[in-house]
Structures are given as structure tokens and as C-alpha cells.
Design a protein around this ligand. Structure first.
Ligand code: AVJ
Length: 321
């Protein structure tokens, strides 16, 4: 059956050019950094999916178990016929656990990885013929707006996977404030948040034995070669991930194995042996800490669901009047 997805492209050409500049800004800073959004080319999105299958990576399966167990409860709080907007929809897998119970009027998937977004929303439309499906290619670190022509009266954003953890707490607060301003009073946010826990569990989750997280991290360098014509040897770097307890965050780095230079867009970027390129932060929260942050951003907590070991939490927040 031919499935219809209404596609909205929010990736303007000038944004593509500015990605180059954004990369260079981070690579020439001290210490060097790159936004984790650069992980998600097609290969990166596939590797992320593979991470989610690793036994050490508890967030995905824990969140899915919570969604499965709480779907009816969630539907009761959120209500039917919402305009469900999934932010960073990726493979659009998690939303499937909610669709039957929630029965939204329409679904909009928003993701930075265009090809991946189109494939997953087409599959979703084919599997849920009753659902009006939209897709918008957009960068969540830029100001958002909803596309025209969405049905349903109450927008409800769905932001699973603890993707919010990629923002610093300050950035998360301003992201949530921007989101709350896009929602009418009574509009909601269903969000997955990874919780603070024993560091051994956290360290293992970002250092899986099969090396998939390492490949995901190193794929950033492959992408720089493929897409940005960088001259760099990915074998000249190693993956490093650890829990920074003081800042309640996992940090991922690419560590240079020796003195070397990377060439990108006419720039020569030098690395000394042991120097690291900081590629990701993944912040962990307590439930109360997160509710306070969301409160400052204009959201009122309505309900939350967690697993028995309190590894992960799903919260429903409403835009405050
Ligand atoms: C998609 C940001 C939630 O932080 O756990 C997984 C990304 N990085 N393993 C996370 C990620 C390394 C993931 N988020």
C-alpha cells in the first residue's frame, strides 16, 4: 500500500553552510568539542540503534518497558486526539508503544537525519493506516515552529530517550521554555529522562563490550571525512566515556593517540598525544531536580512513571497557565 507522509523541510541551505562553521568553531576551541548532533548521519543513526540493543545500554529497554506498562495510564492523563509531535524521532519505534492507547489525531516526527526520518515515518504510516503522519527535518538546537496543516487541537510533544540529556541544564531549561511557548495552555510534554544512579551502571552503558558505542563515537570522524572532506585517520583516535559525578553527566571523548593534524575546510587542526575532542555530554537527573528545571521553564508536572530500579523516568508535564 502507498503510504502518505507529509514532509516539511526545515533544513534551509544556509543551515547546511552554518553546520561547517559550527564544526570549525568547536574544533578550533580549547578544549576541542563537537556537538553530539554531528553523530547522526545515516550511519550514525544506525549505530545508535545498535547501541540500543546492547545489554549494557539499559535506557532504551527500560524506557520501552515503562511505556509498555504505563501506556493506558499515560493515555488517561494525556487524552485522545492529541497532535503528537515526536522530537528526535529516529526510527520512530517508541511511539508505536503508545499509538494504540493514545490514539492521537495526528503524528509529526521531527529529526535531523532526513533519509532516516523519511523511511521511518513511511513505515509508521504504512503500519497505522488510520494515522495522519507528518515528518519535519529540523535541528532541535535551532528555534522550532510547528508546520502548517497538523490536525488535532492539543499539541503534545514526545521527547523520549533522554535526548534532553545532551543539553546542559541551562540549555535544557531554555529549550523547554522555547517548547512551552510553542504550546497552548493545556498542551503537554511527555519526556523520558535518564536518572542519576550507581556509576558502574553508567560507565558500562557507555563502554559496551561489543564496542558499538566506540564505533558510534568514532563514526564522527568518518563522517567528517565523508561529508566535510576532512583529512583525518579515525584509527588515530580512541573512544573514552566516563561518568562525571560532579556534573551528573556522562562525557564522551575522542582521544588522539599521538601528535597529529586534521585538515578541515582549509584549516589545520593540531592534536597533541592524549588531547581529547569532547563529543558528547549525557546529563542524568533526579526526578525532583528535573521537575524543578521544567517548572522554571513553564511546565507543571502532572504525572511520572519509573521502573522498579529507578533507572529511568517518563514524565508528563503541562504548559502552565
Ligand atoms: C540519544 C543522547 C540519549 O546519551 O545515552 C548513547 C546517546 N551516546 N550512547 C545517550 C548515546 C552514547 C544517548 N542519547
Amino acid at each position: 500500500m502507498e503510504s502518505a507522509v507529509r514532509f516539511h523541510d526545515h533544513h534551509l541551505p544556509e543551515v547546511a553552510g552554518s553546520l561547517h562553521e559550527e564544526l570549525l568553531t568547536g574544533l578550533t576551541a580549547t578544549p576541542k568539542y563537537a556537538s553530539p548532533k554531528f553523530f547522526y548521519d545515516r550511519r550514525g543513526s544506525e549505530l545508535f540503534d545498535a547501541i540500543c540493543e546492547q545489554p549494557e545500554y539499559y535506557p532504551t529497554r527500560t524506557e520501552e518497558a515503562i511505556l509498555r506498562a504505563a501506556a493506558a495510564d499515560i493515555a488517561e492523563v494525556v487524552g485522545r486526539d492529541a497532535t503528537l509531535i515526536e522530537l528526535g524521532s529516529g526510527a520512530s519505534r517508541k511511539v508505536r508503544l503508545l499509538l494504540e492507547a493514545l490514539h492521537p489525531a495526528c503524528y509529526l516526527g521531527v529529526d535531523i537525519s532526513r533519509e532516516f526520518l523519511l523511511e521511518s515515518t513511511h513505515r509508521l504510516a504504512a503500519d497505522y493506516p488510520w494515522l495522519e503522519v507528518h515528518a519535519a527535518c529540523a535541528d532541535l538546537t535551532h528555534p522550532m515552529r510547528w508546520p502548517d496543516g497538523l490536525s488535532g487541537e492539543r499539541p503534545v510533544a514526545f521527547f523520549p530517550g533522554s535526548s534532553i540529556g545532551n543539553f546542559t541544564p541551562e540549555e535544557a531549561e531554555s529549550f523547554l521554555r522555547g517548547l512551552s511557548q510553542l504550546l497552548p495552555t493545556g498542551g503537554g510534554l511527555l519526556i523520558g529522562v535518564d536518572l542519576i544512579k550507581d556509576r558502574a551502571i553508567l560507565d558500562a552503558a557507555y563502554n559496551d563490550a561489543a564496542g558499538v558505542t566506540a564505533a558510534f563515537n568514532l563514526n564522527l570522524l568518518e563522517r567528517l571525512r565523508r561529508e566535510f572532506e576532512a583529512e583525518v585517520e579515525p584509527q588515530a583516535f580512541r573512544h573514552r566515556a566516563f561518568y562525571n559525578e560532579l556534573d551528573s553527566r556522562i562525557e564522551m571523548h575522542l582521544v588522539s593517540l599521538y601528535d597529529q593534524a586534521m585538515h578541515l575546510a582549509g584549516e589545520r587542526i593540531e592534536f597533541t598525544a592524549g588531547e581529547s575532542l569532547h563529543t558528547e555530554n549525557s546529563y542524568k537527573y533526579s526526578i525532583t531536580g528535573f521537575c524543578e528545571l521544567a517548572g522554571r521553564a513553564g511546565f507543571e508536572p502532572r504525572a511520572h512513571w519509573t521502573d522498579r530500579d529507578a533507572l529511568f523516568c517518563i514524565l508528563y508535564l503541562e504548559r502552565a497557565a
